[in-house]
Design a protein around this ligand. Structure first.
Ligand code: TGC
Ligand code: FAD
Length: 395
């Protein structure tokens, strides 16, 4: 049974969900209400990921939940997985990012491109969070264009030697294992990029916390440094043979979850704005009775409802196996932009209280600035759609 938060559902999207999907959503919603909401403001101010929640995240089966049960995962469909991301993000982007990275960017590549031994070694441990993972693609000078990466993996007599640096890596400092993408051939040749499973206690691997963030404060963001990291032959993901396409496939999985997450954040901000508007009295009546605030709430409702339907249909396409990366780009771009607008309007509706951490809208608003940039910036998704429409690459 869901807790205090019931969630805006103006078009009866609930009626489009199966009983199992609703049950998964309610379980996570309830957990977020009971376990995340009471501590998230403090964690944010303390600039720490709430690691005390990690065991429960594993016990609830939220990680890699759309991967098969034979590897210790929940084997849910993609709509249920999306609903998990929506509800986690309603709590905080840091919690959703933790789960997103672990499931879509670490477990998915091991599942999709790993050997059977790599799958059996890592997936059950990652699903229960006995091990935490991170994903290293971005480099200091190669963000939107990861194909230019200069981190190298060179063959040695019996394995590989990795050198380079990865920047802005979520879960980087707390990870036990990193999926690192490196160039095995000529710099700039997209076809020779490969994925490696790197235990973070391998000599030469280090992680440095990214200082000075003003967004995603309840999340671990780090730089990874690889200095002569020697790995055995079987550290490479043997199926990662299509170069840049394979890390981009991982991004499609993560962007799918982010699209749902944007809806969750917007729902949280709307919920806060609506109850505040009903309670806050100014000029002799609740501000909910003022036309400007009603217009604000009506706009939020409209945008959220459109995006709830958008992500649900995206999930149905993914479950049918017909979803395209460009459809995911459209959804990531749309929901994150929508949520940014909703969070900002909610914060404004709250007046001065809106800048306090005990209210949630400003935290979501600040977090959304990261989400606008990561997993393909808003601009990059614009260009992906432009290319799809016109056939002309404008990168
Ligand atoms: P391009 O030539 O377009 O593509 C190479 C091959 O890959 C295929 N492809 C995709 N496949 C699956 N999913 C996608 N999203 C795909 N995008 C492209 C493509 O069809 C092609 O296949 P083939 O068979 O023809 O070889 O590659 P490009 O070098 O021109 O790059 C295109 C571009 C700019 C769109 C791409 O580099 C890009 O998406 N850049 C953005 C980088 C990015 O998003 N980085 C994210 C890092 S991870 C992160 O931020 C984690 S945040 C934490 C969290 O998730 O919570
Ligand atoms: P740049 O690529 O330098 O872009 C700068 C600006 O130029 C942007 O406005 C961009 O839209 C614009 N731009 C770029 N190219 C074009 C173009 N062709 N035309 C027009 N405009 C363009 N990466 C990982 O690998 N793993 C992670 O776990 C991870 N987690 C992250 C967590 C956080 C909190 C953040 C902020 C980032 C994370 N990233 C991660 C990195 C993220 O994916 C990159 O920041 C993102 O891809 C953008 O790269 P950049 O920051 O280098 O920006």
């Amino acid at each position: 049974m869901a807790g205090r938060f019931q969630g805006i559902d103006f078009y009866d999207v609930d009626g489009l969900l199966t009983e199992e999907e609703r049950m998964v959503r309610d379980t996570v919603r309830d957990w977020v209400e009971k376990r995340v909401m009471p501590i998230i403001a403090d964690a944010y101010i303390e600039r720490r990921f709430p690691t005390e929640l990690i065991p429960e995240i594993g016990e609830l089966g939220m990680l890699g939940a759309n991967l098969p049960e034979e590897y210790g995962c929940a084997g849910l469909n993609n709509v249920a997985y999306g609903l998990i991301m929506q509800e986690l993000e309603r709590g905080d982007f840091g919690i959703r990012s933790f789960a997103s990275v672990q499931g879509s960017l670490v477990m998915y590549p091991i599942f999709a491109f790993g050997s059977e031994e790599q799958r059996r070694t890592w997936l059950p441990r990652l699903a229960t969070v006995e091990a935490v993972g991170c994903f290293g693609l971005t480099e200091p000078d190669y963000g939107s264009n990861p194909g230019g990466m200069i981190t190298t993996a060179r063959r040695t007599g019996d394995g590989w030697l990795l050198n380079g640096a990865k920047m802005w890596i979520t879960n980087g400092s707390m990870a036990d294992v990193a999926v690192v993408w490196a160039q095995t051939g000529e710099i700039g040749d997209h076809s020779t990029i490969r994925g490696f499973v790197v235990p973070t206690d391998t000599p030469g691997f280090s992680a440095r916390d990214q200082k000075g963030k003003m967004s995603l404060l309840a999340s671990d963001t780090s730089e990874l440094v690889l200095e002569d990291v020697a790995l055995p032959e079987d550290a490479m993901l043997p199926g990662s043979t299509s170069g840049l396409k394979h890390p981009l496939m991982c991004l499609t999985q993560a962007r799918y979850g982010i699209a749902w997450g944007g809806v969750g954040a917007a729902m949280a901000c709307f919920d806060e704005a609506l109850s505040y508007a009903k309670e806050r009295v100014m000029f002799g009546g609740p501000i909910a009775g003022k036309q400007i605030q009603q217009a604000r709430l009506a706009d939020m409702l409209t945008q959220i409802t459109q995006n709830q339907l958008l992500v649900l249909q995206l999930g149905r396409l993914k479950d049918a196996g017909t979803m395209t990366p460009q459809q995911v780009s459209l959804a990531k771009r749309a929901t994150v932009d929508m949520a940014t607008n909703v969070a900002r309007e909610a914060r404004r509706l709250l007046g001065a209280n809106g800048i306090l951490v005990e209210y949630h809208s400003m935290r979501h608003m600040a977090n959304l600035e990261s989400v606008y940039t990561y997993e393909g910036t808003h601009d990059i998704h614009t260009l992906i759609l432009g290319q799809k429409l016109t056939g002309i690459s404008a990168f």
